[in-house]
Design a protein around this ligand. Structure first.
Ligand code: NAD
Ligand code: DAU
Length: 344
């Protein structure tokens, strides 16, 4: 290890959307003093192109493997004197969980349990679980109604049920073994390098190539959009300053109905609204998410800084200026998924 590096952190799922943005953020903030071990199974959502510009950075070590593999995680703890773990690795797409919940149980529950077990055995200093606001279920249309950290868990999809289950294990490891754990629960992220099965990148790529934009149901479901970089900063603050055993919500203060997001994308790309196509609704579709992030402000000094309109414009520009990244993603597996998901 170089003389200057003081700390090594295990980041899981670092080839995915948020994990790769997080690693870029950390390497920029701490070019000399942090070393990152990035453990990722490279599922369909993991993409080494997200890490291309840092592949030769000696402070970033990529390890291809699963968070279910306890022997591998133990070896990483021994070989690299890991200080703590930030767990981004997950199966993350609600629609895929509706089609088949099994990989969600394997990674989101069993994988998290493996990480917790090794973190306990090696007495790691910190464990941050990157969770989601979806564990709270769905909100009423009353604008005063928001998710707080005290909102009871009420997951509605197989994805959120698996994430809620993992959160319960994190809580149990804190309570039972006194482990230093923190759970973060964030609303919908958008930004560069998001896999185009999720709403915003899907709509950008379709609009760019004049394909139909599939809006589920009536398009009036509401999400609270947050730029991925604001989320990354929150996770890092939670790692550094979060109190053990606590949960912190992060949100963008940017509630939009899906149909309005789609229209904004069309507008930014100067494409007609006639491309919008209303399709069959998602089963069990949550109506509204909105976050009360006042605890993160009070205890961590965190608040979102990027407005949705600026962030969306910047995101559209990123996709336009990275045609190769986009064309590599839209490969056989993706096309097959797309055909299955959207066939009527
Ligand atoms: P993503 O699907 O883009 O990336 C997930 C990454 O995890 C991929 O690189 C994949 O290869 C990896 N992975 C999957 N299974 C693995 C396993 N068994 N072992 C190791 N790596 C594995 O997801 P994302 O959108 O970047 O989300 C990251 C985390 O943030 C997830 O835990 C998700 O639940 C949470 N989250 C996401 C959002 C959002 O809006 N995207 C919001 C709140 C919370
Ligand atoms: O709230 C945080 C969660 O946000 C994360 O935990 C999940 O990992 C992440 O995928 C996201 O979940 P959503 O289900 O809200 O995101 P998605 O992009 O799949 O959908 C956003 C909204 O858009 C949702 O109401 C469904 C709708 N939608 C989505 C797709 C893909 C459409 O109308 N058409 C589509 O084609």
């Amino acid at each position: 290890m170089s003389e200057t590096i003081k700390r090594t952190i295990l980041i899981t799922g670092g080839a995915g959307f948020i994990g790769s943005n997080f690693i870029h953020f950390l390497l920029k903030e701490y070019p000399d003093s942090l070393r990152i071990i990035n453990l990722d199974a490279l599922t369909y959502a993991g993409n080494l192109e997200n890490l291309q510009d840092i592949q030769d950075n000696p402070h970033h070590i990529f390890v291809h493997g699963s968070i279910e593999d306890k022997d591998l995680i133990s070896k990483l703890c021994t070989d690299y004197a890991i200080e703590g773990i930030i767990n981004f690795a997950a199966e993350s797409h609600v629609d895929r969980s509706i089609a088949d919940a099994k990989p969600f149980i394997d990674t989101n529950i069993n994988g998290t349990l493996s990480l917790l077990t090794i973190a306990k055995n090696y007495r790691l200093q910190k464990f941050v679980q990157v969770s989601t606001d979806e564990v709270y279920g769905s909100l009423s249309s009353n604008p005063e109604d928001k998710f707080t950290e005290d909102t009871p868990l009420s997951p509605n999809s197989p994805y959120s049920a698996a994430k809620a289950s993992a959160d319960c294990f994190v809580r149990a490891f804190h309570h039972t073994y006194g482990m230093h754990t923190v759970i973060t629960r964030c609303s919908n992220n958008y930004g560069p390098m998001q896999f185009p099965e999720k709403l915003i990148p899907l709509m950008i790529l379709h609009a760019q190539s004049d394909k139909q934009l599939p809006v589920y149901g009536n398009g009036l479901q509401i999400r609270d959009w947050i730029h991925v970089m604001d989320h990354c900063k929150g996770v890092w603050m939670a790692y550094q300053y979060g109190k053990s055993g606590e949960v912190y919500n992060f949100g963008g203060n940017s509630e939009y109905a899906n149909i309005d997001v789609v229209k904004l994308v069309l507008n930014l790309l100067d494409k007609p609204e006639s491309l919008i196509s209303y399709v069959k609704d998602r089963p069990g579709h949550d109506q509204r998410y909105a976050i009360d992030a006042s605890k993160a402000l009070t205890e961590l000094g965190w608040q979102p800084t990027i407005t949705f309109k600026d962030g969306l414009k910047q995101t559209v520009e990123w996709y336009i200026s990275h045609p190769e990244w986009c064309s590599h993603i839209v490969n056989g597996e993706y096309l097959e998924y797309y055909k299955k998901q959207y066939q009527q």
